[in-house]
Design a protein around this ligand. Structure first.
Ligand SMILES: [Zn+2]
Length: 850
């Protein structure tokens, strides 16, 4: 195995790059010159640096008075070039390189993005370098620990806006019609954080409390949609400077909405790039959920300006330090700015529950994971590095206390500013501040995959607890790991036992016989699920119904019952019975968790004898919800955001399971929309999906037309996913043709295809479309995580026949960046098959009698 060769020779370190780039937006090429200032610590005759798809036209090494010619050998596989000199060299040197490259259409390196302005197609160029694509714009030492200063100079047409990490130092005239923009040197930073964006852009700006200039850029005609982001960024930047006790180090902070963008957003130091849907808000068109998401994503990227940019992981194995903290701290930030949003309930719904789903597969990985090659690195930007890591941090913060947590972070950031770290440096800081054995507790959580299920039963006033590894596919061998799990047991209204740390396999806890509740993990604080025995569950359900348990605990009870049912530890009909205790429930997050579960169940049951009865079951629970007094079909003036979002779910779920009043209302609203009266943004996704299901071909044609005509990315997304979620067999061909047409952007297509395969009714047709477009899909998305995204749609498959055809098709297909996604998808299909086989009869019986 030549695995350890993934790293460059550590004896050659860059300290400064001077880079000049001349992009050409007419033929999508660029030319570059650079000087890299190097320290060569040992005598060598040759060394490698990173370069991918670049042609180096000139190379020489200068040491003092001597200039050495350089032989170049490309190694496309490792994305390196080997430079060889006529004799051995060492000491301080300058490497001069000239090179040429392509402004590609693959959403990485320096790439192009298309937009329409005044009915004309235009392009801008932008960069996306994380994790390993800086090497596609300039030859470099493309590893996070090779920090250096960058001085960037760009030659562009006079009318273009150019954005990079820092502010312009000089703008000088060049050949006719062109200018040279030189930016101030960046702070010492990693290559993956360098950014360059150019094109015709407009912006709104404001100043932070301390005077940092914040600018939000859009393509022409959209700057009004930047208002919300600008206001939020101002507040968040002030908050974070105060929280960390370290000022943001640059005079300017740019946020840029890019029409084509592979990831969600990218934290380039001082020049953060976003998908339009994650930055631009239109007060009349944005659903509240989008506003929340925009705030969360901006906060996430701002946290990175410290966590990741100022202090960076030593190697990608510690990627989680970047992503988990940004994820966790984003919630701290938004919660501080909008306390009435109850943002931690969104954390548990979207991060913690997601982590539990993904990490209970056998195909998972520890938070800290050895990675080497670019594709392996690309694949770990996943639920584990983001959501599980963030959930572990929430657990830690609860355990050591929020103040210690903040002081520990601040200490860590100050001590390691402009340097690189690994997890242990952070544990040291937390231990120093809190005096608790943080390292010892965190070690299992970060170095082992998975999490425990804790089973609980009460006997003779003693609570008997036992932990074991939790996997959804339970007929496979599991490890014997034990986790230190902090537990705060709630025994009554505002009554708790003293906090415990469950470290061993079993534990006994004395319980006062008078205790009303036995709620084991108060506020779902730990990364575990609880398997109550039937007697304890029966005690908790009425408390859930009366909402005596916290929102988070109600959500957790629903979620844990679902996961237990899916894994065969709880009969599925008991999970369904748990849902009947929600007749008083009005929390958006609890119902979202329910909908996640019922949708998975629907896919597992698709095509079976229980299929129709289950549709009736969902119709009943969601129509009852919709008919709750505080809700109803029509939005109410001055209602809470919770209710506005809750109606969206209830409307969609009830309507899609055939509830007539929702169907009729959706048809009516859609007709009004066609006459120019926009549908309430919080109802759009529901209305479009219902119309796509019952409105036939005409509806699909209208939805497509609206999609093409809309220039607001979030509305387009609602239209597209509405069409997909509601599509039936009858319109599958029209739908798939549309998804593969140029009307849908490259950045959205993988998600759209995955969603189509997830829709059980059209899954075979959609999967065949993947198969017949495979070579083109592979060319476009093969190098990124998006190929994996595309394949994950197949988790809707639920039969042995489907599983083996999937296996047959994927066998021997080499897609390194989708290895994990493929393994997870196959495992999820197997879970469906086992679940169906195990529970279909009892589910059918329960549903018939329901
Ligand atoms: Zn991030």
């Amino acid at each position: 195995m030549k695995k350890n060769k993934a790293r460059l020779n550590p004896d050659i370190t860059p300290s400064k790059y001077f880079i000049q780039i001349e992009p050409n937006l007419a033929d999508f090429t660029f030319e570059g010159n650079e000087v890299i200032y190097l320290d060569i610590k040992k005598k060598i005759k040759s060394f490698s640096l990173h370069s991918a798809e670049l042609k180096i036209t000139e190379a020489k090494l200068v040491l003092g008075q001597n200039s050495y010619s350089t032989k170049i050998k490309y190694n496309p596989k490792s994305e390196e070039v080997l430079l060889t000199f006529p004799s051995s060299v060492s000491g301080k040197a300058r490497l001069h390189l000239s090179f040429q490259g392509v402004i590609n259409d693959q959403l990485r390196g320096l790439y192009r993005s298309k937009y329409t302005h005044k009915a004309k197609e235009q392009y801008l160029a932008t960069t996306q370098f994380e994790a390993t694509d800086a090497r596609r714009m300039f030859p470099c030492f493309d590893e996070p620990s090779h920090k250096a200063r960058f001085i960037l100079e760009v030659i562009v047409p006079k009318e273009h806006t150019v954005i990079s990490n820092t502010i312009e130092q000089t703008i000088s005239p060049h050949k006719p019609g062109y200018k040279i923009v030189r930016f101030e040197p960046t702070p010492k930073m990693s290559t993956y954080l360098l950014a360059l964006i150019l094109g015709e852009l407009e912006h709104l700006k404001a100043k932070s409390k301390r005077g940092v200039e914040i600018r939000v850029h859009t393509t022409p005609g959209k700057k009004q949609q930047a208002k919300y982001a600008l206001e939020f960024t101002k507040k968040a930047l002030d908050f974070l400077e105060d929280y960390f006790g370290i000022p943001y180090p640059m005079p300017v902070l740019d946020l840029i909405a890019v029409p084509d963008f592979g990831a969600g957003a990218m934290e380039n130091w001082g020049a953060i790039t976003f998908r339009e849907t994650l930055l631009l808000v239109d007060e009349s068109q944005s659903p509240f959920s989008q506003k929340q998401r925009v705030a969360e994503v901006i906060a996430h990227e701002l946290v990175h300006q410290w966590f990741g940019n100022l202090v960076t992981m030593e190697w990608w194995t510690h990627l989680w330090l970047n992503e988990s903290f940004a994820t966790y701290m984003a919630y701290v930030t938004v919660d501080a700015i909008y306390p009435d949003w109850n943002f931690w309930t969104k954390f548990v719904l979207e991060e913690q529950s997601f982590a539990l789903q993904q990490d209970s597969l056998h195909a998972t990985h520890p938070i800290e994971v050895p990675v080497n090659h670019p594709e392996e690195i690309a694949e770990i930007f996943d639920a584990i590095s983001y959501a599980k890591g963030a959930s572990v941090l929430r657990m830690l913060s609860n355990y050591i206390g929020e103040d210690h947590f903040r002081d520990g972070l601040s200490l860590y950031l100050k001590k390691h500013s402009y340097k690189n770290t690994s997890s242990v440096h952070l544990w040291e800081a937390f231990e120093k501040i809190s005096g608790l054995p943080v390292r010892q507790i965190m070690k299992t959580w970060t170095t082992k995959s998975g999490f425990p299920v804790i089973s609980a039963k009460l006997s003779k006033n003693k609570l008997h607890l036992a932990q074991e590894v939790f996997k959804q596919l339970s007929n496979k061998k599991v490890g014997k790991e034990l986790w230190p799990v902090p537990l705060l047991i709630e025994t009554g209204d505002n009554q708790y036992l003293s906090p415990m740390l469950m470290k061993s396999k079993t534990a006994k806890v004395a319980i006062d016989p008078a205790s009303q509740y036995l709620n084991l993990d108060y506020n779902d604080a730990s990364l575990t699920i609880i398997n109550y025995d039937i007697a304890l569950l029966a005690r908790l359900l009425p408390l859930m119904q009366e909402k005596k348990l916290s929102t988070l605990d109600r959500l957790a009870l629903v979620r844990d019952s679902f996961l237990l049912a899916k894994s065969g530890r709880l009969p599925t009909e008991i999970y369904l019975e748990v849902l009947t205790f929600l007749n008083n429930e009005q929390s958006y997050v609890v119902w979202s968790e329910v909908a996640k579960g019922t949708n998975q169940l629907r896919r597992m049951l698709a095509g079976t004898k229980a299929d129709k009865d289950f549709e009736n079951f969902t119709k009943q629970i969601f129509s009852e919800l919709l008919n709750q007094k505080s809700l109803g079909l029509k939005p109410k003036k001055g209602e809470t955001n919770n209710n506005a979002m809750l109606r969206g779910i209830a409307f969609a779920e009830a309507g899609l399971s055939g509830y007539k009043p929702a169907k009729n209302e959706a048809m009516k609203l859609f007709k009004q929309a066609q006459r120019g009266m926009g549908v309430n943004p919080n109802l759009r996704s529901a209305v479009y999906a219902i119309v796509a299901k019952y409105g036939g071909l005409t509806a699909h044609k209208s939805l497509q037309k609206m999609y093409v005509e809309s220039d607001f990315a979030t509305h387009k997304q609602q239209l597209l996913f509405g069409m997909i979620n509601g599509c039936t067999e009858q319109n599958q061909k029209v739908l798939l043709n549309f998804i593969f047409s140029s009307s849908v952007r490259d950045q959205d297509r993988p998600f759209a295809i995955a969603a189509a395969v997830t829709n059980s009714e059209i899954k075979h047709f959609a999967w065949n479309a993947i198969k017949s477009n495979w070579p083109e899909l592979l060319r476009k998305y093969g190098g990124s995580k998006m190929m994996g995204t595309l394949i994950t749609g197949a988790t809707s498959f639920n039969s042995n026949r489907e599983l083996s055809s999937l296996q047959k098709f994927l066998k021997g297909k080499k897609i390194p960046a989708a290895k994990q996604s493929i393994a997870q998808t196959l495992e999820k299909v197997q879970i469906n098959i086992n679940w169906q086989k195990r529970d279909i009869s009892s589910i059918s019986k329960y549903l018939r009698e329901f």
